[in-house]
Ligand binder design. Structure first.
Ligand code: HEC
Length: 116
């Protein structure tokens, strides 16, 4: 066994397994702490980041904060007006009818109209 060339590999493997084992033990010990940290992140980004994803397809034209780009600012617009534009479009512009419909249009409109 002394001169077996495989011994170093087995040692490295044993070390790796031990390392994984201790790292996971550490994780179990800090479970509460880690879970808390996750919650904090979700709360911070929170509803905000979920809703912001709704307008992912709008920011290209209306700007990252929807205050206007190639398209006009959407800040301060009435939710009903936004739903109307999304469903019916603005004739002769890139705001084509049916860009978003139903619940999705409503969710987007509510989100945008909640922005200051
Ligand atoms: C391809 C570019 C483009 C995209 C994508 C786009 N818009 Fe527009 N949007 C415009 C332009 C340009 C206008 C101005 C049209 C006009 O001349 O009246 C406009 C107008 C509007 C208006 C009317 C603004 C007002 O003052 O009455 C609303 C509301 C609106 N967009 C909402 C959205 C929403 C919500 C999205 C994402 C779902 C979106 N737009 C995506 C280009 C875009």
């Amino acid at each position: 066994m002394k001169n077996n060339p495989i011994v170093p590999y087995i040692l490295i493997m044993a070390f790796g397994i031990a390392l994984i084992f201790f790292m996971s033990l550490d994780g179990v010990g800090r479970q509460a702490e880690i879970a808390e940290g996750d919650n904090a992140t979700t709360e911070e980004g929170g509803a905000g980041s979920g809703d912001a994803a709704l307008v992912q397809s709008c920011i290209g034209c209306h700007g990252g904060d929807l205050t206007g780009g190639m398209g006009p600012s959407l800040i301060g617009l009435d939710a009903d007006h936004i739903v109307d534009v999304l469903e019916n479009g603005i004739e002769g512009t890139v705001m084509t009818p049916g860009m978003k419909t139903g619940d999705e249009a409503r969710a987007i409109a509510e989100y945008i109209s909640s922005l200051q």
